[in-house]
Design a protein. Structure first.
Lengths: 88, 688
């Protein structure tokens, strides 16, 4: 971050092409969008199927994966059925 | 340099806070701006969080980020998920903030704005935030165990079972009092009732959409849900003015009570995905949105506080609730200062999502500060109203009568000048026929909010819209609480019945389920009905019963926290929990005993019961009762209230003895004896 382009030739990155720049921008937007979506779901306590699927793929690839519908049904049932009272 | 900047920054904040307090406390004779109240509160919160919160986190609890949290240990992508601390802060806040911080401060406004403000601020820093923080900490260190399980682990099985019975009793009172708030807000209000009724089909539609049409697409369903809700508020006006539909949606108090009881029984028996879940999402969106809007509104409009600093009603003669400032202010404002119910939330979903131990300071301590801020805003909104209007809305009909002329005369006699025209005009502005005796906090807050929001956005023409929006916002999450609370109550009742006769505890056995639901609904329905027909207002009795119960639960939670600290051999810092425990016990035991034994029939349950049963025995009918049978019912209900109150008192005293015994034992040990989950060190720098 601190290197100034052109001052130290060897460390200076090549000027990015427009295509590269818009590609990087898009990737960044996608990342930000995904994080915002995840934050919104967690804040309102909404089950997040994508996160669950990613977790299963990363940690338990051989275990059976619930379908979106099953996952949603199970999360909601568990959240409201025995989870203790809500606030006044 | 950094340290210097920090000193300057916090010093400046302290000066701003002190200045705001000076404006509040010294502004005699002239009205003080609500913005000062909010500023004073915010400075207190920031300073408390930075210094006291940090002290508790680092010195008292010694939070340790190298220990794995339950979310990391059991990460399953579903229940146990390490969550960003700000996101979890929002989630936790949405879970703890309910109708409590909105109702209590509004009722307490009868004593003026200063007593309530001081208790909310002192209470939250010394008691409320500490309780939420340490219960969350204890739960995270015990794999996310619930309050009941932790009491069983640390204090023993008998206190564990006792606490569960106490929680069930408090929940029944909460469900009754919250339903009563809805009844008071919707009686003879076709516009309000239509919008609330419309939430049922809207929620069903959303539920079907999320389950069958597009499984799991909550965002899409919520979007059309919110749009339909807003449409129902607009349509409500047309319905209310319609010659056939208007009267159809205009119900009396008792009709509404039966409707709610029926609703509770049916809603809590439906599958959760059909109504509870979608309605919960809607109410959470609305809750966070409205709280933010109100905060901005108060700063933009900066309305002056019309209520005096203190009123003559600190002597205990108030029309909204009777009893002197000590101890009754401290049980009337429960949520917002300290609430026992939060101990159940802090040991529910939140501990399963904490990513690092150090985050708990923001989530536990900071989350409660945010709830306290909601209470401060509710208090401001109530005190912005003309005091005459405030008392017209909150005093029972037995005191101010049922006509605007009569009410204006009585209230002006108290020194709060008001004309019948002002009362009628206020009702007309919000699109209602009457505002008299709408106790319970919600309508008062709605009028205050409507005035603030209308000044910020839309002007006079939108005041009626904002009023009904505010009523919808409150009723929506109260109804969600009724639904969810009845379900939980049913499980608890079935759990207890299962010890008596095993098949009754089976939650898959339909007759047992129906019995559990029926018992739970009957219990809170009884108190609700009793409150609705109570000519003295109902809120007067039930809210105080709730306050005693809720603060007793906070006392129990803090006793657990104290025992945990002692068992961790951190008795040097035991004053952190012991001071608030002592204060809660002193205020609630005094209030509880006064509610039972006070010789003034306006305060003591037994005195009132005696007064009515004695008169009934002599054959005289005391107003406001109309027959001997009615007199006997008033007497019976007051004896019952005295029993419930006595149960809370005995329960908390018993817990005191248990906790003291455990603490004495732990003090004699040289090693920590707290039952924590064994330490599992996190691999540094690795996100699980």
């Amino acid at each position: 971050m601190k290197t100034i382009p052109g001052l130290k030739g060897a460390e200076a990155p090549l000027p990015a092409t427009d295509a590269q720049r818009s590609g990087a921008l898009r990737a960044r937007l996608v990342r930000v969008g995904r994080a915002a979506r995840e934050a919104y779901l967690q804040m309102f306590g909404i089950p997040d199927y994508e996160r669950y699927a990613a977790h299963m793929a990363a940690h338990h690839p051989s275990d059976p994966l619930l379908s979106r519908r099953e996952f949603f049904a199970r999360s909601i049932d568990r959240k409201y059925c025995r989870n203790g009272p809500r606030c006044c | 340099m950094n340290k210097f900047a920090s000193i300057v920054l916090w010093g400046a904040l302290a000066v701003v806070g002190a200045f705001a307090f000076a404006a509040l406390a010294l502004g005699r004779g002239e009205s003080v701006n609500a913005a000062w109240l909010v500023t004073a509160a915010l400075s207190v919160y920031f300073i408390a969080y930075r210094f006291y919160g940090k002290f508790i986190a680092e010195r008292v609890l010694q939070l340790d980020d190298t220990r794995q949290t339950p979310a990391e240990r059991h990460n399953d992508g579903m229940d146990y998920v390490p969550t960003n601390k700000w996101v979890l802060y929002g989630h936790h806040f949405a879970a703890i903030a309910g109708a409590g911080p909105l109702v209590g401060p509004v009722l307490a406004a009868q004593m003026g704005y200063l007593p309530g403000t001081l208790w909310i601020l002192a209470g939250v820093v010394v008691a409320g935030a500490v309780q939420d923080f340490i219960v969350l900490f204890a739960s995270v260190r015990r794999d996310g165990k619930s309050l009941g399980e932790m009491i069983k682990m640390e204090l023993g099985p008998v206190p564990g079972s006792l606490a569960l019975v106490g929680v069930l009793a408090i929940m029944i009172i909460i469900l009754a009092v919250l339903s009563l708030v809805v009844v008071k807000a919707l009686t003879a209000s076709p516009w309000g009732l239509f919008t609330i009724a419309a939430t049922v089909p809207i929620a069903l539609l959303m539920g079907v959409y999320m389950r069958i049409v597009r499984p799991g697409r909550v965002g899409e369903a919520s979007l059309f849900g919110v749009v339909l809700l807003l449409a129902s508020i607009i349509l409500g006006k047309t319905v209310a003015n319609d010659p056939t539909w208007g009267p159809a949606f205009s119900l009396t108090g008792t009709q509404l009570a039966w409707t709610l009881i029926l609703y509770g029984a049916i809603a809590s028996s439906l599958p959760v995905w059909l109504m509870l879940a979608p309605r919960d999402y809607l109410s959470t969106f609305l809750k966070i949105g409205t709280v933010v809007a109100l905060a901005i509104g108060i700063y933009v409009v900066a309305p002056p506080l019309s209520m005096p600093q203190t009123t003559r009603f600190i002597d205990g003669s108030g029309p909204v609730f009777s009893g002197t400032l000590f101890p009754f202010l401290f049980i009337t404002i429960a949520c917002g200062a300290v609430s026992g119910f939060h101990a159940l939330i802090s040991s529910g979903t939140t501990p399963k999502m904490v990513e690092r131990e150090s985050h708990m300071r923001l989530i536990g301590f900071g989350g409660m500060l945010a709830e306290s801020f909601v209470a401060i805003m509710a208090l401001s909104a109530a005190c912005v109203l003309d005091p005459g209007i405030y008392f017209a809305m909150n005093a029972p009909a037995a005191v101010i009568g049922t006509t605007a002329a009569n009410a204006a005369q009585v209230i002006s006699g108290w020194g709060f000048t008001i004309t019948p025209q002002m009362i009628d005009q206020t009702a007309a502005n919000i699109g209602e026929t009457t505002i008299l005796s709408r106790a319970g906090g919600a309508p008062t807050l709605a009028v205050g909010m409507a005035q603030i929001l209308a000044q910020a956005l839309g002007g006079k023409t939108l005041e009626a819209f904002w009023y009904h929006f505010a009523i919808l916002f409150e009723a929506l999450f109260i109804l969600t609480a009724v639904d969810a609370g009845t379900r939980v109550g049913r499980f608890m009742i079935q759990d207890m019945l299962g010890h008596v006769y095993r098949p009754l505890g089976n939650t898959r056995f339909l007759p047992a389920n129906l019995l559990g639901t029926g018992l739970c609904v009957a219990a809170w329905g009884y108190f609700l009905y009793q409150g609705v027909v109570d000519p003295l207002g109902g809120i007067n009795t039930l809210w105080q019963l709730f306050g005693v119960g809720n603060q007793m639960l906070a006392g129990i939670a803090l006793l657990l926290c104290t025992s945990v600290l002692v068992k961790m051999k951190r008795e040097r810092y035991v004053w952190v929990t012991l001071v608030p425990t002592a204060w809660l016990l002193i205020t609630t035991l005094t209030a509880g005993i006064q509610k039972i034994f006070h010789s003034d029939p306006r305060i003591g349950f037994i005195a009132l019961a005696r007064k009515f049963s004695d008169a009934a025995a002599q054959g005289t009918v005391l107003a406001p009762a109309k027959s001997i049978a009615e007199m006997q019912r008033v007497a019976f209900n007051n004896y019952l209230d005295a029993v419930v109150c006595a149960f809370f008192v005995v329960l908390v005293l018993a817990m005191c003895v248990f906790a003291a015994k455990i603490c004495m034992q732990a003090l004699r040990q040289t090693q920590p004896t707290a039952v924590e989950t064994p330490v599992l060190a996190r691999i540094q720098g690795v996100r699980v």
